[in-house]
Design a protein. Structure first.
Length: 85
């Protein structure tokens, strides 16, 4: 899935593709502290921990799976409230 330079490190340019978001969005999410931080390991070499990216992707996938269920629960709760009035 990722191009790693060493076990557990992903080169910074490789981070954008698997996440499905633009580079600008990644930078903004890093500023907002909602994306794994980059690590400078040399004067021209920046990496991200592979496990951090995989965890971030999994969290986003879990949110997507939960949203329809939450929507359904919200509609059911609302319907019960209206019916009980």
């Amino acid at each position: 899935m990722f191009t790693t330079i060493s076990q557990g490190f992903i080169l910074w340019p490789e981070v954008v593709h698997p996440t499905g978001v633009s580079r600008a969005t990644v930078y903004q999410k890093m500023v907002d502290k909602t994306f794994p931080r980059q690590i400078s390991i040399g004067s021209n070499l920046v990496v991200v921990l592979e496990k951090d990216i995989k965890n971030w992707i999994q969290e986003k996938a879990n949110q997507i799976k939960v949203l329809p269920l939450l929507s359904l629960l919200m509609n059911v709760s609302y319907s019960v409230i209206v019916m009980l009035g």
